[in-house]
Design a protein around this ligand. Sequence first.
Ligand code: PLP
Length: 395
Amino acid sequence: MDNKHLKFETQSIHAGGGHNNPENALNPPIFLTSTFAFENTDKVDAVMSFESDDYVYTRGNNPTLRLFENRMAALESGSGAVSFASGMAAISSVLFSFLRPGDKVLVHKTLYGSSYNVVTKVLPKYEIGYTIADLAQPESLESVVDESTKVIYFETPSNPNLSIVDIRKIVDFAKPRGIKVVIDNTFATPYFQRPLEMGVDVVVHSATKYICGHGDVVAGVAVSRDQEYIMSLKFDYMCEFGGVLSPFNAWLLLRGLKTLGLRMRQHEANAVAVAEYLQKHPKVTGVQFPGLENFPGHEIAKSQMDGYGAIVSFEVDGGLQAAKRMVNNTKLFQLAVSLGDCETLVQLPAAMTHRGYDQESLHEFGLTESMIRISVGLEHIDDILAELEQALAHV
Ligand SMILES: Cc1ncc(COP(=O)(O)O)c(C=O)c1O
């Protein structure tokens, strides 16, 4: 079925196949098999030479993985996708696929902690260099790239301070110079932002987050419009590095995707209310949320996103001790890393998700030890605001 004309919510339920299931089952089966049998050696030759796209071995492909990949490709406006065992498997494989010894990657100054570690600690072991810059100021791009820069990699909104990078400006700069643009779209999800439509080469996700939506899977995915690249990423990197997603997890992700639009709308409505509440609270000294009109990236976010997401970061009066008092006194919210679950999660990025940054880099990149990050969940907004009120009373 050609699904291209269908709306996002419809595609998230139907795109990529999944009909004609055995026994007329409404839901696709989970193909829990590591290997696939061939009828004869002619079939072996056809599959092994890619004349047929039938299955060989689950580390290369599997019907449940393929359905998830096809659905993600449709939702991100791509032509193909590769699923991975985690977001980090997707990110590191994509970076390795584009970079060679002597090359450099240019990254935004705020990045998820493990991505920052891959760029600053792992890639240099293979003689791949890096440059860190404020990509939210694209005027300065010229001064931070040279002919060895082969990839620009960033998150927008970024983790944990929600900074917004102008995707179109980065693409306009990179394209004529032959630099690949790779975006981590975890915070926005394709429901709110589709970077491939703006010319980005590859979108990566921690599918652990909103795509799953229920906190019970670790997974990643990369999507592109270049089918040749997708085949290379799948067979030269995912398959050979071996970071394959389990079919059971792919099935849970397909289930999560069915409600992605619905969940994102409610997550965001709750986050807007949280950000507005925090902004007025006398004990809160600063709030970072792209939906706030006074947020520096607000206008760019409006121009490239259909919604602002549901992560809010803020500071309380009294620094780190006050921030600890607040998070130690939450009852409904859970003190936990990760995001995008139904439960509201609260954490201190400098002590948790971004612990890999040294003190100097933390300050240089505009992160503080006392920043609190909330992944606003799907509980009733009255209960979320009451919880904030009682926790802030301890500050
Ligand atoms: C923005 C972002 N990208 C990537 C990752 C890594 O994903 P995973 O934990 O699925 O490997 C995370 C995890 O928190 C994240 O927040």
